[in-house]
Design a protein around this ligand. Structure first.
Ligand SMILES: [Zn+2]
Ligand SMILES: [Zn+2]
Ligand SMILES: [Zn+2]
Length: 238
């Protein structure tokens, strides 16, 4: 956090250096599907040698999840193609408004991202694999989590509607919002995330979207077996 001198922000542990929330799927056929384009996308791509993005899934249009969209221009150049961007109708409408210069520009390719907005309302084949959108509550608004195979990514959520629990049955690995211990109107606390994990009973649970209230090593040491804090650069097989 800017200007903060707390133990987490001053920690020498690299796992306490957290950029904004995003993940990348490497699908079975090699396609790379990015979830969200954070303000840190450029540095994340450089840090992890990302040189291709075949599709983008958007969870919702909050600034910490979309403000790096302009940086996909570099992938357009490398791939010589536009990139399909999937999201629910509200998120796509908000992207059109937030990035009006992309969608209203009359200039042909003149330094703007080449993206195609694709509404997603149910399971869909993306990058050669089935992607299941999982609606969750993020405060008063519905946003999307995503399931691929037996892995689900639920960033930014504070409640799971009854209709979405069946979409999460039989998970092997869950990544879920756990902002901090103190209650928050739009994010699960660690304790609430653990309740969801206990109900879904995946083999492994990774907590994400964590704030500086949660130092990595000390928080991890207090979590139950099979649950850990995620960290930048984490790779898992699904
Ligand atoms: Zn801090
Ligand atoms: Zn959000
Ligand atoms: Zn967020």
């Amino acid at each position: 956090m800017i200007g903060c001198r707390c133990g987490t922000c001053c920690s020498p542990d690299p796992r306490d250096r957290r950029s904004r929330p995003s993940i990348l799927f490497e699908m079975g056929g090699g396609a790379r599907v990015l979830v969200d384009t954070t303000p840190d996308l450029r540095t994340q791509a450089l840090a992890h040698d990302l040189d291709r993005v075949d599709a983008i899934l958007f969870t919702h249009c909050h600034a910490d999840h979309v403000m790096g969209l302009d940086d996909v221009r570099r992938f357009n150049v490398l791939q010589r193609s536009a990139i399909p961007c999937y999201g629910d109708a509200r998120t796509l409408a908000e992207l059109r408004r937030t990035f009006s210069y992309i969608f209203e520009s009359k200039d042909e390719g003149g330094g703007i991202p080449l993206v195609q907005l694709c509404p997603i309302a149910g399971p869909c084949s993306i990058g050669g694999e089935e992607v299941v959108p999982v609606p969750v509550w993020h405060g008063q608004r519905e946003v999307l989590g995503f399931r691929v195979r037996n892995f689900a990514y639920l960033t930014d959520c504070s409640a799971i509607p009854d209709s979405s629990w069946p979409l999460l049955a039989g998970l092997d690995t869950l990544a879920i919002d756990a902002l901090r211990h103190r209650p928050h109107p739009t994010h699960f606390t660690v304790e609430q995330a653990l309740e969801v994990a206990a109900r879904l009973a995946p083999r492994r649970t990774w907590l994400t979207h964590i704030c500086h209230d949660l130092p990595h090593a000390a928080t991890n040491a207090a979590l139950p077996a099979g649950v850990e804090l995620a960290y930048d650069g984490l790779r898992i097989d699904i």
